[in-house]
Ligand binder design. Structure first.
Ligand SMILES: Cc1ncc(COP(=O)(O)O)c(C=O)c1O
Length: 418
């Protein structure tokens, strides 16, 4: 089959595609300890609330028709957009109107739109890239540009902490914005590391974006106010130069495919236009299912009393257990400040993280090799990229411990064979 450039780029073996395939195949083989995926956990009390909301909609003829029988406008479900603007104003005084919010089919598609709105070729022939203040960053960005060589990223500063922990910081000496930068993008909390860039770092990024008249894209998929998978101090921010991307996925609703973008009016109008062209309208399900929870602020107690404690407790248990079983073997874990992963760093590991991943898979444990998470880094010699693993800890404690036991055994074996 002959394909256009677009066809070739988007059908080649992208990192995310082979990763999803590999994880899918491992899952299909069964009998594996899955610590690789980004699926949210299913918390029974939370699921019960969603079921209740869905039932209420299905039992009401008018709501049911709204749910499955009508196209929403390209900007998304009107009442949800209005209530969400009111909710964000109530909590943060952002002074939003309904013209500041658009829905998309998952925030992944919002990023696809935004990256290609601000990165790539401009009308004057210049080419701009998306600047990531640091990598590791979310693998889902890596292939989302319409052209090649789309991202640039700086290496982070690494702060070593007690108890074998560490934390990445933006290295503001290495982080530079050029004429060729179209936008800055950062996830907060970060997938895969669980890092939460500090308020100070965010302020600096904000100032840089403002100074260079480019937008700052904030990926809030795990952030505040929902799902609030943040275990440290962090202030939510928005202004006309920030494009804030939220999602219902990590609330436990990934299959509703609901992304939410909060931005200045012209960005929202542009995204609505792209929605109209690419899919006519975003889906209605997520908006309708969470409408009442947002209207009466129940979403806050859901996040603060159920979802966040669930993940925080699991993160702490996994870190404590790993510390116990690793003994003197060299390892570090990124301070778990948010999201739903542990980011493990084995400095000086004699094998690559991909090789470790393969060995673990042989032993029935599926994780993700860290090298996938360095989009935009052009230093192939940087050993750190091949010394890390991303591990999901949201399964039951016994399974997580079994998985961590096998990781510890394989890492110890690799070190002692060298
Ligand atoms: C950091 C980050 N951003 C965005 C997404 C996309 O999520 P969704 O398209 O489900 O909203 C994910 C999904 O895992 C993520 O981890």
């Amino acid at each position: 089959m002959k394909l256009s450039r677009f066809g070739e780029k988007f059908t080649s073996r992208s990192g995310i595609l082979s990763l999803m395939d590999d994880l899918g195949n491992a899952l299909a083989e069964g009998d594996k300890i899955m610590m690789g995926g980004g699926n949210p956990a299913h918390i029974p009390e939370v699921d019960a609330i969603y079921q209740q909301e869905l039932k209420r909609i299905v039992d009401d003829q008018a709501l049911f028709t709204r749910l499955v029988g009508t196209y929403d406008p390209p900007q998304g479900e009107k009442e949800f957009v209005r209530e969400l603007a009111a909710y964000l104003n109530r909590h943060f005084n952002w002074n939003l109107t309904e013209r500041n919010i658009a829905l998309t089919n998952g925030s992944q598609s919002a990023f696809f739109m935004l990256f290609n709105m601000f990165g790539g070729e401009y009308a004057d022939g210049s080419v701009r890239r998306i600047q990531l203040p640091m990598a590791p960053e979310y693998i889902g960005y890596a292939d989302a540009g319409l052209s090649h060589d789309f991202f640039s990223a700086a290496k982070p500063e690494i702060e070593l902490l007690p108890h074998n922990q560490f934390k990445y910081h933006v290295d503001f000496h290495g982080f530079q914005i050029h004429d060729t930068t179209g936008a800055i993008c950062v996830s907060r909390p970060t997938n895969p590391t669980g890092n939460v860039i500090t308020d100070k770092e965010l302020e600096k990024l904000r100032a840089q974006a403002y100074k260079h008249d480019i937008p700052l894209l904030l990926d809030n998929a795990y952030g505040l106010p929902f799902p609030n998978l943040i275990f440290t101090e962090a202030t939510p921010v928005w202004d006309e130069n920030i494009i804030l991307n939220m999602s219902l996925s990590k609330l436990g609703l990934p299959a509703t495919r609901t992304g939410i973008t909060v931005a200045r009016e012209e960005v929202i109008a542009a995204m609505s236009g792209i929605n109209a062209i690419t899919c006519l309208a975003p889906g209605t399900l997520g908006g309708l299912m969470t409408l009442e929870l947002i209207r009466d602020d129940r979403i806050d107690s859901l996040c603060n009393n159920q979802i966040k404690p669930f993940y925080q407790q699991k993160a702490e248990a996994a870190v404590t257990y790993f510390e116990k079983i690793m003994g003197d073997t060299p390892y570090r874990v990124h301070k778990p400040e948010g999201a739903m992963f542990l980011w493990l760093w084995f400095e000086g590991l004699p094998i690559s993280s991909q090789e470790l991943y393969e060995r673990l898979k042989q032993r029935g444990v599926v994780v993700v090799s860290g090298h996938h998470f360095f989009p935009g880094i052009d230093d192939s010699q940087w050993a750190h990229q091949h010394e890390c693993l991303r591990v999901t800890y949201s399964r039951d404690q016994k399974t997580v411990e079994q998985g961590l036991d096998i990781i510890a055994q394989e890492v110890k074996a690799a070190f002692s064979a060298s």
